[in-house]
Design a binder for this molecule. Sequence first.
Ligand SMILES: Cc1cc2nc3c(=O)[nH]c(=O)nc-3n(C[C@H](O)[C@H](O)[C@H](O)COP(=O)(O)O)c2cc1C
Length: 371
Amino acid sequence: MSLLLSPFDMAGTPLTNRVVMAPMTRARALDDIPDDHTVLYYRQRASAGLIISEGIPISREGCGYLFNPGLYSDEQALAWRRVTDEVHAKCGRIFAQLWHVGRMSHVSIQPGQAAPVSSVAVVAERSNAYAWVEPGKAGPVQASTPRALSIDEIQRISGDFVSAARRAMDAGFDGIELHGANGYLFEQFINGALNTRDDRYGGSIANRQRFLLDTLDALAATIGAEKVAVRISPFGRLFDMQPYGDEAETWISLAAALSARNLAYVHLSDQLTIGAEAIPQGFASQFRKAFRGTLMAAGGFNRTTAETALAEGELDLIAFGRPFIANPDLVERMRHDWPLAEGDRATFYGVNGAVTRGYTDYPAYQADASL
Ligand SMILES: Cc1cc2nc3c(=O)[nH]c(=O)nc-3n(C[C@H](O)[C@H](O)[C@H](O)COP(=O)(O)O)c2cc1C
């Protein structure tokens, strides 16, 4: 019997299977508003047990890449409603991934061309935002040097997350996933090599975790803990995140803090497949011991490794990213053991105005009628 294809009760949200579509920025929304292509893209993939949306900026300040549909205006929320309605019509479930990139942005896309914001005023070396290379010409550009947030502003950003979460629920999402992973704003606070603040948001482990945990608490108080999830990337090295002394302790104590919060799930983003160093041996089981709730992971899974991780009780849900790009019917292909199509990396992100190519034009599998 396949565990992967068996139903799961996610804190009261029933999932028809344990195959989750991982959050993936596709950069196709030319006006930062979901459109007909966005609706079709998600509808095609609605047989996933759970879809996690692409990273959705919670504010203009939170944007680091052009063409990402946000959740900071009523117009955007209304447009997302069309997506969630279509997913629900196909008996799917969808969480919104709420995102603030922090320093991973560029002045050309910041309000008033201001510097992006972060824990400290330190640039992410050798790291690109996707912004205006020159007026009218979009492309990869070195992220700008950020400025450090004041305490008032940190609290204001927690409030921006709450506003976006309200909009997400009004737009029909089943819940939200806070993007705490992959070198973006929250990791810029958690990382002890980068965050050298000397106030209550820097220094000790508890101080570096405070922004994330306070924001999760504010979200849970507003929409209910069972509708709130978080994605983190322990030992992640994306966008110039450097190793630091008490790294394992930071993540294990965060696991315990998250366990106490009864969230919908915690999502581990494993960067091994994109070149990060291996997570230290024994870390996964230590994390599992400290975190008692629903645990999901993404990063290089295939059907076999996913079934093994579920059978061994390491994980409850498995998220697949790249396989969902070229296989809108990934669940059906797994059910019938049909072969998987390979996605074209050149069209993972929409560049040069190419919207549909490599986005909504991957067909469902056609079984050969002559066999
Ligand atoms: C095109 C693309 C866009 C992505 N965008 C996001 C994103 O918006 N938010 C996020 O947390 N991870 C993002 N990721 C990472 C994926 O969620 C996932 O963790 C990664 O692809 C590893 O899983 P896989 O090996 O199944 O593809 C993205 C990955 C890809 C390939």
